[in-house]
Design a protein around this ligand. Structure first.
Ligand SMILES: Cc1ncc(COP(=O)(O)O)c(C=O)c1O
Length: 392
């Protein structure tokens, strides 16, 4: 009997410990963890540097109110600003909080400029920005919003297709009330669909023309997962607001909204707050993650190893063209799209001790830790081949 609410269809398996890219189950099996808590354990399990940061900070101070200055938060914010487009950072605890705060920042900016009616956010239909009440209506997905009415107003939707990547009719969807466009640079839950650089540049161009803001949700694809610190970097586009979470905490709950000076001007004292957001424990861990992932050599290695993985997976696709339709994504945010429903395939991978996770459009998400070793990638590839050979 479980007293946990049945809002998840949980697998029977549970784990007692983790080490690097491996998880050890309570019944004694060893799994290659290419799920990483859905892009969270960016530095693998039980990373010694993160353990040290946690233990050291735990003996000093866990929590103080944001009513006081928190030096650990100042330190992490400085590291993020130095590394990215951002001029200011506001810490949260999760991805959904970060995307909601991003929406607040955008709306408040126009309010502070005397345009309170400029408050609508244009999002991609069936995208994913979290499970809070506004975030589900931002996604526009029927599945996520069903039964949770009344509809939260203030969101409009555009379509994005992977096959012919473009945003048809986007100009018609922007009007005087539009404050911002908010998209995931690489759509995670939606099936690892990358918005091509030229489309990102197009979005920036429209935002400049219409004098509206560009929010790029990098909760899943950010913090090194794509091979760059941010997935949008390659396009040279500069967003106005970027929510992050997942990887920045390396397994500790941590989210943040990054923004430029222009939009930060609307967020005056009292406009937003969070009891736990920016607590010293989370900040110290985030700082340690930044020190590691922020290094050029670390990201170079992510690029190199992920390229190797993509090559191997593309070979797998060529060897099994009737099973695998497409290899999607960038860096270690990888999607294997099957022709059929992926449930059984994921089950078979798990039986062979490889953990992955599903996404929309028959996609299997493959999300190893960013510091995964080449021989661990080879092990995963071997398992993929084994499953493909017997898969019907
Ligand atoms: C792009 C994106 N935004 C927001 C979220 C929500 O994050 P959280 O589950 O931490 O609230 C997710 C989670 O998967 C995500 O992938």
């Amino acid at each position: 009997m479980s007293y946990l609410l049945k809002n998840y269809n949980r697998k029977k398996i549970s784990f007692k410990r983790g080490m690097g890219a491996y998880l050890y189950s309570t019944n004694g099996s060893k799994y290659l963890d290419f799920c990483s808590g859905i892009a969270v354990n960016s530095l693998g399990h039980a990373n010694p540097k993160l353990i040290k940061a946690l233990n050291t900070q735990a003996k000093k101070i866990w929590h103080v109110s944001n009513a006081f200055t928190i030096p650990e938060g100042e330190e992490l914010a400085k590291k993020i600003v130095r590394k990215t487009f951002a001029d200011y950072v506001m810490f949260q605890n999760s991805g959904a909080e970060a995307t909601e705060a991003a929406i607040k920042v955008a709306r408040r900016y126009f309010y502070s400029k005397g345009k309170p009616k400029k408050n609508r956010i244009l999002c991609i239909k069936n995208s994913f920005h979290g499970r809070t009440i506004a975030a589900i209506f931002a996604s526009g997905s029927k599945k996520m919003t069903e039964g949770f009415g009344p509809k939260v107003p203030g969101f409009d939707h555009i379509k994005f297709r992977n096959s012919k990547p473009r945003f048809p009719n986007i100009r018609n969807k922007i009007n005087k009330s539009t404050a911002a466009i908010m998209v995931e640079t690489i759509m995670g839950e939606g099936g690892i669909k990358t918005i091509p650089d030229k489309c990102l540049r197009y979005l920036r161009k429209i935002c400049n023309e219409k004098k509206i803001l560009l929010i790029l949700d990098e909760v899943q694809c950010g913090v090194g997962r794509s091979g760059d610190f941010f997935a949008f970097e390659r396009s040279k586009v500069k967003p106005d607001i970027v929510p992050i979470a997942k990887g920045i905490g390396g397994g500790f709950p941590l989210g943040a909204v990054l923004m430029n000076k222009k939009v930060a001007s609307g967020m005056t004292p009292g406009t937003h707050g969070s009891t736990f957001g920016g607590n010293p424990l989370a900040m110290k861990i985030g700082s340690t993650v930044m020190d590691i992932i922020g290094k050029k050599s670390f990201l170079k290695n992510v690029k190199k190893n992920s390229l190797y993985f993509h090559e191997k997976l593309n070979q797998l696709k060529e060897d099994f063209p009737n099973i695998i339709k497409e290899v999607r994504g960038r860096g270690f945010l990888i999607g294997l799209q099957l022709y059929k429903d992926q449930t059984n395939f994921i089950k078979k991978l798990m039986e062979n001790k490889l953990l992955t996770i599903r996404a929309a459009e028959n996609v299997i998400r493959v999300l190893p830790p960013l510091n995964v070793k080449k021989n661990e990638i080879d092990q995963a590839i071997e398992i993929f081949y084994k499953v493909c050979k017997t898969y019907k």
